[in-house]
Ligand binder design. Structure first.
Ligand code: SF4
Length: 102
């Protein structure tokens, strides 16, 4: 059976308005920007410009090709967001970042 991105489970806790894309391999398989949470701080673009860009509303969106950036950089970009508007998920739809605080 060929492997494709349809195998990546859709998370149950997606934000209401979001931009997203999926990756073919690795631990981080889905990258989501919460478009209502985003305050246009642009930190994500500075860290990972091949993954995140700003649109004409000054909100971040996820670019089409997110394969060429390594996971560490994507994780750093998510950590750099001051309002934690970037959410990272694994193949099974489990959230990798940000972790729920206990
Ligand atoms: S770092 Fe966060 S708030 Fe800033 S543009 Fe990116 S998603 Fe939006």
């Amino acid at each position: 059976m060929t492997h494709n991105n349809d195998d990546i489970k859709i998370p149950s806790d997606l934000p209401e308005e979001y931009s997203q894309n999926t990756r073919k391999s690795g631990k981080i398989r889905r990258i989501v920007v919460d478009r209502q949470g985003c305050i246009g701080a642009r930190s994500c673009v500075v860290v990972a410009e091949k993954v995140f860009q700003m649109d004409d509303k000054n909100l971040a969106y996820v670019l089409d090709d997110v394969e060429s950036t390594d996971e560490e950089t994507i994780h750093l970009a998510a950590e750099a967001c001051p309002v934690l508007a970037i959410h990272l998920y694994d193949k099974d739809g489990n959230k990798i970042f940000p972790k729920e605080s206990i």
